[in-house]
Ligand binder design. Structure first.
Ligand code: APR
Length: 335
């Protein structure tokens, strides 16, 4: 997954480089800057002193010292003053220059905090969309895995109405599913309470007639369309290229070529859902694609119900879906 969202402390990540939201002196501070310096140890500050500071939007690298990364890339985000003094362009430069520097250092994995969205006051939703848009355009031309580290829930803030709608959608389905499952589960206990009045003994279930295949070999030879075949068919039907599809699904090239070259390849449920979202499949088509990978959308899973909500409402924006999943403490798509 080229862009991954994770909720963690960036100083704990085992990646090639972590990015620090520093200030122009590069001599440390609070927030993520303070956390990185504290975790890296005093040698980081010693090296920073030799860098002679850093301009807003620029990026400079040091070693990682006690951190689990080879490099720390220090960049200085803009202070938010209302958005009319080039803050967006400066924030984009932070991501671009940090990624170019990481590439020049041979990094394959890089983790970013949400630059400027703390002390510097950049509104978190805008800071997130600048981060995602800039990273995505870089990844259109360069192979790297980029982690966007969400440290606090406020970074992902979706509208109250959307939260209410999704909550209702979940309650309608999640409760039913659990009620039915619970009722099924209670049935044997009802009988044990010597309350046989309404406990009907299970009716004689007739065994289904054996499959009409002459032999197992026939059965195996008559496989339906596989996941991979349906995926490639839908890519053609949607008039997309393979690259457009897997980039939109936030799936890396290597995984896609595995799926493409093995007609019986079984992806993870998350990967199958990511492709369904990228292809803007209807709910039935999504269920069909998932079934071909051996999965189903279940109403006993909040994650699945939220995915279903967005598909039923025709909203295939993977980042809005992730914001909702994050709001409901669910694993994120592409995470
Ligand atoms: N891991 C990941 N993200 C973190 C961590 C952490 N350990 N600590 C804070 N964050 C997040 C914040 O929640 C925020 O979303 O990093 C984002 C950036 O917040 P700040 O660290 O306040 O950075 P910024 O807004 O760019 O302000 C930079 O603050 O710390 C000083 O010296 C720094 O003067 C500079 C200014």
């Amino acid at each position: 997954m080229p862009i991954e969202f994770i909720r963690d402390d960036i100083t704990r990540l085992h990646v090639d480089a972590i990015v620090n939201a520093a200030n122009s002196t590069l001599l440390g501070g609070g927030g993520v800057d303070g956390a990185i310096h504290a975790a890296a140890g005093p040698k980081l500050l010693e090296e920073c002193r030799k860098l002679g500071g850093c301009e807003t939007g620029e990026a400079k690298a040091t070693k990682g010292y006690k951190l689990h990364c080879k490099y720390v890339i220090h960049t200085v985000g803009p202070v938010w003053t209302g958005g009319k003094r080039g803050e967006k362009a400066l924030l984009e430069s932070c991501y671009k220059n940090s990624l170019l520097l990481a590439k020049s250092l041979g990094c394959e994995t890089v983790a970013f905090p949400l630059i400027s969205s703390g002390v510097y006051g950049y509104p978190k939703e805008e800071a997130l969309s600048v981060a995602v848009d800039t990273v995505k355009s870089f990844l259109d031309v360069c192979d790297m895995t980029v982690y966007i580290v969400i440290f606090d829930k406020a970074s992902f803030r979706i509208g109250e109405k959307l939260v209410r709608d999704i909550k209702e959608y979940i309650d309608d389905r999640y409760a039913d599913e659990h009620f039915n499952a619970r009722a099924e589960h209670m049935r044997p206990f009802k009988a044990n309470r010597h309350d046989f009045a309404d406990y009907a003994a299970p009716k004689e279930v007739k065994a289904a007639p054996p499959p009409s295949f002459a032999s197992l070999k026939d059965a195996v030879s008559q496989l339906d369309e596989s996941f991979s075949e349906m995926l490639l068919r839908k890519i053609d039907e949607e008039g997309m290229t393979d690259v457009e599809c897997y980039k939109k699904a936030n799936i890396d090239r290597k995984l896609f070529s595995k799926i493409r070259s093995d007609r019986l390849y079984k992806p993870s449920k998350q990967t199958a859902i990511a492709f369904a979202i990228a292809l803007r499949l209807s709910l039935d088509e999504t269920k069909e694609l998932l079934m071909k990978a051996g999965f189903a959308l279940s109403h006993s899973s909040r994650f699945d119900i939220i995915i279903e909500y967005f598909i039923v409402h025709g909203n295939y924006n993977i980042f809005e879906i992730n914001e909702a999943l994050f709001e409901f403490d669910q694993c994120l798509l592409g995470a």
